[in-house]
Design a protein around this ligand. Sequence first.
Ligand SMILES: Nc1ncnc2c1ncn2[C@@H]1O[C@H](COP(=O)(O)OP(=O)(O)OP(=O)(O)O)[C@@H](O)[C@H]1O
Length: 685
Amino acid sequence: MKAKRVRDVQTLDLFAAPELSVADSLTVLDRFSDAGLLRRLDTALARFVHSQDAAAEPALLVAAAVLAQMEGRGHSCLPLQALVQAPNSVLAWPAEALAAQQALWAQLPSDVAPWLATLARSPVVRVVGRDADAGQPLVLLPGAEPLLYLRRYWDYERTVAEHLARRTTVEGQAVDDAAVRHWLDRLFGPPQPQAPLDWQKLACALALRGRLSVITGGPGTGKTYTAARLLALLFATAPDAQQLRVALAAPTGKAAARLKQSIDAALLQLHDAVQPGLDLKTLVQRMGAARTLHALLGARPDTRHFRHHAGHPLDVDVLIVDEASMVHLEMMAAVLQALPPTARLVLLGDKDQLASVEAGAVLGDLCRGAQDGGYLPDTVAYAQRVAGQSIAPAFTTAQAATPLAQHTVMLRESRRFGGPIGELALAVNAGDAAQAQHLLLEQTRSGLDGALWAHQGGPATAIAAMAVQGRGTQAGYAAYARQLQAGRAARWDSEAAHQDWVRSVLAAFDRFRLLCAVREGDWGVAGLNRAIEQVLERQDLLRKDGEWYLGRPVMVTRNDAQLGVSNGDIGMALPSWADPARLRVYFAQGEQLHAVSTARLAQVETAFAMTVHKSQGSEFEHTALVLAAQGGHVLNRELVYTGITRARQAFSLWSEGPGLLASAIGSPTQRSSGLLRFLGAPPAA
Ligand SMILES: Nc1ncnc2c1ncn2[C@@H]1O[C@H](COP(=O)(O)OP(=O)(O)OP(=O)(O)O)[C@@H](O)[C@H]1O
């Protein structure tokens, strides 16, 4: 259907005109929207620009529409050189659209200079360094690699860059080397001769001397383990540990709850190791719950504004943000603005995971050089002095040595993520499609019970059948459905017994998850949710007698502070204890259960199948990833990596057609952003 619509675009006779007029260029953009190559919103921006500048030239209108389209795909800006010289690298249109794209580009200037001149002539474009900020909707950052921004994203990116640059250049508190060394050795053990570099110890040492610490690593590399030791170190070296205000946060409620649980457990385990000298038990009690970033900043319903901002900063000395790969540019700008300049910010996350759906990939940008280290002589000497760690010359290359690198550590050894799933994740990350396919094939051949299993082709109903049955001994949804039935048959003799049952159903449901790349179609979230419901009904495991049926798993799609639920929370409709004839939606929040009436939960969707994006921050025993042929540019390396790393014991892959996995692995996403360029020297406002 889409391919046909795209072919229709090519029959446009407008391209035959000797010179592209403004009216024609707007019509062409509309046709591109009709064909699904641009969104209506993208063309609307071009029309808006034209409404503000009657003399706007076609190149400006095209640039505006493409910029809007790129923002919709998560880019914070448009690299103009690429737009002119390699338009497909930024447009990401399907092959069928190539002729139409080339025909339009043939009517536009072939050099970047006239594009820039066209943009700079328009009053809707603010040229940084030339024009004052008069609220122009577009911002052009000139230079060797000129970038075009929507005003809002320019503001966010500049804010983030300015704050991070300040945090990486301003000296932190003076470090008492002897005290730090003492505590680092107690927490990690004294340095051993010939031992490999302890990246976790190094991360703690570096974090201590600055106001920013970026700790990245794959699953199970000990990010939380390290953060807990960093907290212990901060408590131990603080002039008054009782006064140190620590906040824990994450982009989603689930990730926040997990962070709190892991940090508390790790700190309590350390309790004996730091005796005498530090009462971690009391400090843990004082620390308070982890919150979503929205809740931490005090989101105001239906506005972009937060209660905390530069004029009313957060009341914290240390802020630890987990799953930072999911923090988009706008949110990072809000966090940095609300954080007192003296507070420490610790960002934890996996740089290789999918970035947020919204624009910006801040953690990915910040960790671009993390693999290479890039430590300066001063950092190398400090690491030796306080942590007894010798940083090898391979990690001191001048090219990677930026102020940010002195605050960044990549953890490299996974403690719980080895075996075939770990190997597959590594192959995907390295872009080695042949190795990934080899691993999948080898394990698939060995039977249904292996850690890896792959299948190509339909029908989609077979996916639903596996989602219910599981494969071999690997979990599927039948496990939760049986747990559900066990409860239906039983009479709870106490509220505690009812709660235990609710917890057991939620836990059984969390053993497996079906992850999709796309929402629509038989191989998307919507189609597979329906198909799984049907299989469960056919097997009498579930009765769908209305929108809200017993055992309906749902995902919240919008934060609702009043109801106490966050976007991404997963709950299940189950009979309430007080009135078993009525369903309530139960959510596990750490150790606690939270129940909300079904009538009040409007912003939810069924959650047997969910997007890979929404699964971030969660792990399941068995995860199945579905690659739909219509996935297009959504099927990329980060999506596959994120899907695989959600699986603890078993990973299954369903590809609708041949070559989808290899092509996704061969398509890493690089979101356009000026962040790294700004960090060295933030541009003037
Ligand atoms: N240096 C270490 N020595 C012993 N155990 C460790 C060490 N580092 C991490 N671990 C253990 O490895 C496991 C994974 O660590 P942790 O949960 O901190 O990893 P993570 O990177 O935060 O994982 P995730 O990707 O789930 O966020 C935990 O059980 C932790 O206690």
